[in-house]
Design a protein around this ligand. Structure first.
Ligand SMILES: NC(=O)c1ccc[n+]([C@@H]2O[C@H](COP(=O)([O-])OP(=O)(O)OC[C@H]3O[C@@H](n4cnc5c(N)ncnc54)[C@H](O)[C@@H]3O)[C@@H](O)[C@H]2O)c1
Length: 357
């Protein structure tokens, strides 16, 4: 068996608890310590897992038995903490978004490079069996030339959700609303599957929540570098929480991923005499648990599938094989840049072309 890698988790809130739980499920990983600025949170998570806990994360960074540190703090703090992690010589797993500005994302990427440590940005749905299958079909050319990609996140977050943390719904620490916090997963998958975005034109609005600075409804039209067109729609006001959905259309096939499941895959086979087309349809449900969790995520921020575990495994293999993880800093930055371009378009009323200057 491979040598066990030690993990430390910084930030013991909703997602920090999930990280700790998933690390414990990996046979060649060990949760060593956790840290949170709020003592009761650190104690509860550390005590629950029988590991050391700290209120000052710098103490966690001095532990020689920690190889990888998971940064699970509010989004606008990611780079500042990740840079300190990198300087301590530990590998970094940072939650999405990588941070909320490109300057901070770039500083984090550079710091990890300078320290010679690996950087992994969470985008766990890239590891869903549905995404893996569609990526393979596109690479094999089964869908033909891609022409249209639609991403829609029609979720519901109550006023209580936004009120549950000072940082939620703020520009300074959440960095945005439904796009930056919830839809980033689906936006990342859209660009991962369709290819790089060339330009966007967008509208955003705050329609259904109070005491938030950011958008809870957003629409954007997209042109991809390969000429394909697309749409991005997101809301946290779709009561009671419908699904996150991606629909991809190529000249010879279509694929639909709904609530993390591949619900439709239509592929034209090679032309057969007398037959108009061949249709392959599949329903690639992953597991019952995943299905339920994906559906629950539409209204419950704590309902998160076990895909984090697959991404942690990829990071551990990357360290052992000295290769880049699938979602390294540059990959994690892509979704952020698209979202910032959408915000810029909504603010200026103009079409915004990437890369952002
Ligand atoms: N991948 C996913 O599916 C997913 C799901 C939920 C959240 N997230 C991301 O995870 C991050 C955290 O979200 P959350 O919902 O867990 O938030 P949260 O508010 O529940 O937890 C954040 C924790 O960080 C702690 N913290 C703040 N500053 C700290 C510091 N300097 N040192 C140590 N701890 C500190 C807070 O006390 C809090 O306990 C966000 O960036 C969010 O976008 C990702």
């Amino acid at each position: 068996m491979a040598e066990t890698l030690g993990f430390g988790v910084i930030g013991c809130g909703v997602i920090g608890r999930k990280h700790a739980q998933e690390i414990e499920q990996l046979e060649d990983a060990r949760l060593v310590a956790v840290a949170d600025a709020i003592p009761s949170r650190a104690e509860e998570l550390g005590g629950g897992h029988g590991v050391d806990w700290y209120t000052d994360f710098h103490l966690l960074l001095t532990r020689p038995d920690i190889d990888i540190v998971n940064v699970c703090t509010p989004s606008g703090m990611h780079a500042d903490i990740a840079i300190e992690v990198a300087k301590s010589g530990k590998h970094v797993i940072v939650e999405k978004p990588i941070d909320i500005t490109l300057a901070k994302a770039d500083a984090m990427i550079q710091a990890c490079r300078d320290a010679g440590v690996k950087l992994c940005v969470i985008s766990q749905h890239r590891f869903d069996p549905s995404t893996v299958r569609v990526k393979q079909e596109i690479a094999a050319g089964s869908l033909g030339r891609l022409i249209l990609g639609e991403a829609a996140v029609n979720w519901y977050r109550s006023q209580g959700y936004y009120d549950s943390g000072d940082w939620r719904g703020t520009w300074a620490l959440d960095g945005g609303g439904v796009l930056m916090n919830q839809s980033i997963h689906t936006i990342d998958l859209l660009q991962y599957l369709m290819g790089p975005v060339e330009s966007v034109h967008a509208y955003t609005a705050t329609m259904a929540h109070e005491r938030i600075e950011v958008e809870d409804v957003a629409t954007a039209v997209v042109r991809f570098q390969n000429g394909a067109l697309g749409t991005i729609v997101g809301t946290t006001a779709a009561y009671p929480g419908l699904s996150a959905r991606i629909e991809l259309f190529g000249t010879t096939g279509s694929a639909v991923i709904d609530a993390d499941r591949l619900t439709h895959l239509y592929l034209m086979a090679a032309p057969v005499q007398g037959m108009k087309h061949h249709v392959e349809t599949v329903n690639l449900a992953t597991t019952e648990t995943n299905m339920n969790e994906a559906a629950a995520a539409a209204s419950n921020p704590a309902a998160i599938s076990d895909a984090h575990r697959r991404q942690f495994r990829d990071m551990m293999e990357a360290i052992r094989e000295n290769r880049e993880p699938l979602v390294n800093g540059e990959e994690g930055r892509k979704g952020l840049e698209i979202i910032l371009a959408i915000y810029q378009s909504a603010k200026t009323g103009k079409t915004v072309t990437l890369p952002l200057g």
